[in-house]
Design a protein around this ligand. Structure first.
Ligand code: PHE
Length: 348
C-alpha cells in the first residue's frame, strides 16, 4: 500500500508538471482528487488495512493529497502568470501611434440647399410639414382640382404602385397642402420639403426622382401681393439681394391666377447682354425657378374651407434646380449617383 501510494503521488506530480494549460490541470485534479479519483480511492482502501497501520497510512494518504493539491495550485498560478505575461506582450497598445480618424460625414448638397430654403421660410413664420411619398389619387390629383381625364394622371407621366392601382408615387408636394389643410384651420403658413417622382428618363436635366419645396399661406386676407412679397424676399435671400425677379402668367389646376417666377441670370444680368454661350441661361437671361398662384376656390372647398372667408397662396419649387443654379452644376445625375468625389465637395 505504501509503495502504491508513493507511485500514485509521483505519477500525479509528474502529470501536474507536464500540464501546459490551466484546463489540463483541472483534468489531473479530477483524475487524482475527484470523487472517484485515484488518491480518493486510496482512502477507501484504508478500510482493508490492519487497524494498527491505519493512522500512519492515513497520514501518508493525506500528505500525498496535500502535495498534489499544492502542486496543482502552484502550477495554476504559474500558468495564469504566463498567460498574463503573454497577453501583455502581444496585446500591447502603442499609445504613441497616431489615431485612426473616422471619415467625417456631411450633409448631401441637396439637403444643404433644402435646409437653406426651409430656413428662409421658417424665418418668415412658416412651419415645416411633411407627407407620404406614396399618395392616392385623391390627395395628389382630385382634391387639387385636376379634371378626371387630366393627362398628368396618365401612366405615361405618373408612377403608379401597381397597374390599375389608386396608389401612386406623389408627382409633387402639393398633396401635403390637402393633408395639412384638412387637419388644421387657418391661419396657416407651412413649408413642405420632400421627394417627388415622375415617369421621366434619367438625363442631365431630368430624373424620375427629384426634390421639391412646397409652401402655402392661408388666412382671411391673403393676396397676390403677399405671394409676391414672400417669394421675392425668398429668391433674394437665396440668390442675392440684387437678384431680378419676374412673374409670368401660367396655369396650374390648383391655383388661380397662376404664375411662374423667373430670376435674372446671375451670370449675364450684370453685363445686361444676352450671351448664348452662357452656361447658366444659354442666352435666355431669365431662369424659371418656381410655380405659384392663389389657391383655387375648389381646393379650399375640398378641404372644408369657405373661399368667401379665407384665401391663400401656394408655391412649389424644384430643390434640384435651385441647387444646380447655385452650385453651377451641369448634370442633375450627380446628385443621385452617390459618388463621394462629387459629394465630398460640399462640406457643411
Ligand atoms: N405642384 C406644382 C408642380 O409640381 C408646383 C406648384 C405648387 C404650383 C403650388 C403652384 C402652386 O409643378
Amino acid at each position: 500500500m505504501q509503495e502504491e501510494l508513493a507511485r500514485l503521488r509521483e505519477a500525479a506530480l509528474a502529470e501536474v508538471a507536464s500540464c501546459g494549460a490551466e484546463g489540463e490541470l483541472e483534468a489531473v485534479r479530477v483524475r487524482y482528487l475527484g470523487r472517484k479519483g485515484l488518491l480518493t480511492q486510496a482512502v477507501r482502501g484504508l478500510a482493508a488495512v490492519a487497524p494498527a497501520e491505519r493512522p500512519a497510512l492515513g497520514a501518508l494518504v493525506n500528505e500525498a493529497k496535500d502535495a498534489v493539491e499544492a502542486a496543482i495550485a502552484a502550477s495554476g498560478e504559474r500558468l495564469a502568470a504566463e498567460r498574463l505575461a503573454h497577453r501583455l506582450a502581444h496585446e500591447r497598445i502603442d499609445v504613441t501611434l497616431p489615431g485612426r480618424r473616422r471619415p467625417r460625414g456631411h450633409a448631401h448638397p441637396l439637403r444643404l440647399i433644402e435646409d437653406e430654403i426651409v430656413d428662409v421660410f421658417v424665418g418668415m413664420g412658416f412651419r415645416v410639414a411633411e407627407g407620404p411619398e406614396i399618395e392616392d389619387d385623391y390627395h395628389n390629383f382630385a382634391a387639387l382640382n385636376f379634371e378626371p381625364d387630366h393627362p398628368a394622371r396618365d401612366a405615361q407621366d405618373t408612377l403608379f404602385v401597381a397597374p390599375g392601382s389608386d396608389l401612386l408615387l406623389r408627382t409633387h408636394t402639393s398633396p401635403v397642402q390637402i393633408r395639412v389643410m384638412r387637419a388644421a384651420k387657418p391661419p396657416l403658413r407651412v413649408v413642405v420639403p420632400g421627394t417627388v417622382y415622375r415617369r421621366d428618363d434619367l438625363d442631365p436635366t431630368h430624373s424620375p426622382m427629384f426634390q421639391q419645396v412646397e409652401g402655402f399661406m392661408v388666412d382671411e386676407r391673403v393676396s397676390f401681393a403677399d405671394l409676391k412679397g414672400v417669394l421675392v424676399h425668398f429668391l433674394r435671400r437665396i440668390f442675392g439681394p440684387e437678384t431680378g425677379v419676374r412673374f409670368r402668367p401660367s396655369f396650374f389646376p390648383f391655383t388661380e391666377p397662376s404664375a411662374e417666377a423667373d430670376i435674372a441670370c446671375f451670370r449675364c444680368a450684370p453685363t445686361g447682354a444676352a450671351d448664348p454661350a452662357c452656361r447658366i441661361c444659354r442666352g435666355g437671361r431669365w431662369l424659371e425657378v418656381l410655380g405659384a398662384g392663389m389657391i383655387h376656390p375648389n381646393v379650399l372647398r375640398a378641404v372644408g374651407y369657405d373661399p368667401e372667408k379665407v384665401q391663400g397662396f401656394a408655391f412649389g419649387l424644384g430643390t434640384d434646380r435651385i441647387a444646380i443654379l447655385r452650385y453651377g452644376i451641369e448634370d442633375l445625375r450627380l446628385f443621385y449617383e452617390n459618388d463621394l468625389r462629387f459629394l465630398a465637395q460640399f462640406p457643411s
